[in-house]
Design a protein around this ligand. Structure first.
Ligand SMILES: [Zn+2]
Length: 230
């Protein structure tokens, strides 16, 4: 799952209007932000096995620290608590924590049975939606479009950056998804891991665009007086 995780962040703005889209995306993609560095350090492992699922050739051999159910809950609670101690914004803390765990749930739907419930447990789970391309692409695309619609109707651009940085963020994300669907299997796991590191740039991009937008109605529509992203 790729743009489905972005959808959770975009839609999460409704539950936590005062939280930056960058923070929400950091939560929704945290497991995938953690995973490339862990593989490059040799702590987690995957390989390229063309055909292992219809949509992706990645064989996730071992990734219990970034992608087990137990650890996703641990990361979610930890990040939620850190956020709350810094911002004192309960709705945001809860939404960010839910976003972190949602990543595991969405991966569970899409991956073949390669996800562990906890480090050390042999059971592997995954519903394998990646073996049903039409359903997989359809569901993810609908989620993404609905979430973009939700974010766009909830916020408005303060200036040109708020308009164009956000539009660029959405377009590049969608384009990457389409390119990835049509790309040949990557040459090595290292290429995948290093390009995965680039996901951090999307978090910064989302935070930057969000800072130039404001919630257009409701309780959070009052001007934000704190400095920095929330
Ligand atoms: Zn993942």
């Amino acid at each position: 799952m790729f743009i489905g995780h972005f959808a959770v962040a975009l839609a999460g703005k409704r539950a936590a209007p005062k939280t930056s889209l960058g923070t929400l995306l950091f939560g929704a993609q945290f497991l995938d932000l953690l995973w490339p560095p862990l593989t490059l350090l040799g702590i987690e492992r995957f390989s390229i096995v063309p055909g292992i699922t219809v949509l992706t050739p990645l064989d996730f051999e071992s990734y219990p620290i970034s992608h087990s159910l137990l650890m996703s809950v641990v990361w979610g609670v930890l990040i939620g608590v850190i956020y709350f101690t810094r911002r004192r914004y309960r709705a945001g803390a809860i939404m960010v924590a839910i976003a972190v765990v949602s990543h595991w749930v969405l991966d569970w739907v899409t991956h073949r049975p390669d996800l562990q419930l906890a480090p050390g447990l042999d059971t592997r789970v995954g519903l394998g939606l990646w073996n049903h391309p039409a359903a997989s692409i359809g569901i993810e695309t609908v989620m993404f479009l609905l979430a973009v619609g939700s974010y766009v109707t909830q916020t408005r651009a303060r200036d040109a950056i708020g308009r164009f940085a956000f539009a660029g963020f959405i377009l590049v994300t969608a384009l990457l998804y389409v390119m990835e669907l049509n790309a040949p299997p990557p040459p090595s796991w290292r290429v995948v891991a290093w390009s995965g590191v680039a996901l951090w740039l999307f978090v910064l991009w989302a935070a930057w665009a969000d800072r130039h937008r404001e919630v257009s109605h409701g309780e959070a529509a009052r001007p934000v007086t704190t400095v920095g992203t929330q």
